[in-house]
Design a protein around this ligand. Structure first.
Ligand code: GLN
Length: 446
């Protein structure tokens, strides 16, 4: 813990952390030492972890990188945080991210951008950009992230680290500040599949306080780490590998495909045509849910309240106007629009129907393949400001949102370095509850 606290201090310029309290961390570390001395240690006792500032914590402020929650102290720990603490892990502090996890470059944080440790001109990805930068810079051995439409997989790819988004419903959402509840999924970013697999088992599991938690016990996610890929059928959506994809990214991905083929996997060409409708469907569903979830920030119960106002309605208007940044405001407006009378059927209901078709297409595909291998983004980490137009930012999520809409587990693994000096990642997607297999495939490559 002291080692990592020292590195966090030395690399404050990355702006990866939003709240660091060395005393609180060292107290947890001392408690872990005592358990080790008494012979009561588990496999994770004393191992440091940092949490994305979407998870609420009692001992560190919980802000979702929004002015709306600046300095907010939660009365309880998110289930994910609590489970990992119960397993003996030591919290290093809270990680920067896009405001309410809305974004792809961590440029939407109210508390400043995060720098990519590989290149100071490049975004670290988002929304879990503090998590990805912290792993890449060695400020934490492992970190939590959240993935609603790619926010673990894309930042992992942009910083050359491994990221896993488990099946929707496997990790608890209790205490995860809500963005789009039918998509929000907690997960991990780390150096290797092995690191992620060792921690994931202690993070997931049924939570009676989360209405969409799946009643499936946790499992040993390390079980396939040495299984290899012999006999696995890996589907590649060929149409996703051509137009629009950076040729060097494509070449790195082809290299992984060749490796798996040589190692005994069968590579199968697949079509994912419904999934190509993912971006419009995702932005209707996610904004609709966000507009509903963010209505709780009204200046009354918690969060920012305007200093001056005329009456209660004016208080709410001013508080929300001052507290939310531009991206949450944009999404509240889109979401309110698609849910409003007269537009609900045309947008929201239509999107829900296409969402179902996308999920069915994946389930159908998984009858003939064990996993899908595909790109994460069309290129490497982009320069700050290069993706500022919201529509082009939304379109850049084309490879990550389909899996989210279907609730699939997804993994991001590093597979090369571009001639621009920035890392390249590749995505593995699986049927529900096949995290162990995805981790095994990644471990075999690593
Ligand atoms: N980039 C996507 C968005 O802005 C995904 C975000 C996420 O997964 N939290 O909504």
């Amino acid at each position: 813990a002291e080692h990592y606290l020292g590195r966090i201090e030395a690399h404050r310029g990355l702006n990866a952390f939003l709240d660091v309290r060395p005393e609180a961390t060292l107290e947890e570390a001392r408690a872990a030492d005592e358990r080790i001395a008494k012979g009561e240690a588990g496999p994770l006792t004393g191992i440091p972890i940092a949490h994305k500032d979407i998870f609420v914590t009692r001992k560190w402020a919980s802000t979702a990188a929004s002015k709306m929650l600046e300095g907010y102290m939660s009365p309880f720990d998110a289930t994910v945080v609590k489970k990992l603490a119960d397993a003996g892990m030591v919290c290093l502090g809270k990680l920067n991210c896009d405001e309410f996890a809305m974004g792809s470059g961590n440029e939407n944080s109210a508390f400043g951008k995060v720098y990519n440790p590989w290149d100071a001109n490049a975004v670290p990805g988002g929304s879990s950009g503090g998590s990805s930068a912290a792993i890449a810079a060695g400020l934490a051995p492992i970190a939590t992230g959240t993935d609603t439409g790619g926010s673990i997989r894309e930042p992992a790819a942009f910083t050359g680290v491994t990221g896993i988004k488990p099946t929707y419903g496997r990790p608890s959402r209790l205490g995860m500040i809500a963005f789009a509840s039918s998509l929000d999924t907690a997960g991990l970013l780390g150096h290797t599949a092995e690191d992620c697999a060792m921690v994931l088992g202690s993070m997931v599991g049924f939570d009676p306080y989360d209405s969409t938690s799946v009643e499936k016990p946790t499992e040993d996610f390390t079980r396939d780490l040495n299984a290899g890929v012999k006999g696995l059928r890996i589907g590649v959506p060929r149409a996703w590998m051509g137009e629009g994809l950076d040729p060097e990214v494509a070449a790195s991905i082809e290299n992984v495909i060749d490796f798996y083929r040589r190692e005994g996997a069968e590579i199968v060409d697949i079509k994912l045509e419904k999934a190509e409708l993912g971006v419009p469907v995702y932005y209707v569903v996610a904004c609709a849910e966000a507009s509903s979830n963010l209505s709780r920030f009204d200046g009354v119960r918690y969060g920012h309240r305007a200093a001056q106002y005329e009456d209660i309605v004016d208080m709410m208007k001013r508080s929300r106007n001052e507290g939310f940044g531009p991206e949450p405001k944009r999404r509240i407006m889109i979401g309110t629009y698609v849910l409003s009378h007269g537009y609900y059927d045309a947008y929201y209901l239509k999107a829900q129907r296409v969402r179902r078709l996308i999920a069915e297409e994946f389930h159908q595909t998984f009858r003939s393949v064990d996993a899908i291998l595909c790109p994460i983004t069309t290129g490497t980490a982009y320069d700050f400001g290069a993706n500022a137009d919201p529509v082009s930012a939304y379109l850049s999520d084309l490879y990550t949102v389909p899996g989210s809409l279907a609730g699939l587990p997804g993994l991001s693994m590093p597979c090369g370095i571009h001639s621009n000096g920035r890392p390249i990642g590749v995505q593995l997607l699986g049927e529900h509850f096949t995290e162990a297999r995805l981790l095994g495939m990644c471990a075999h490559w690593q």
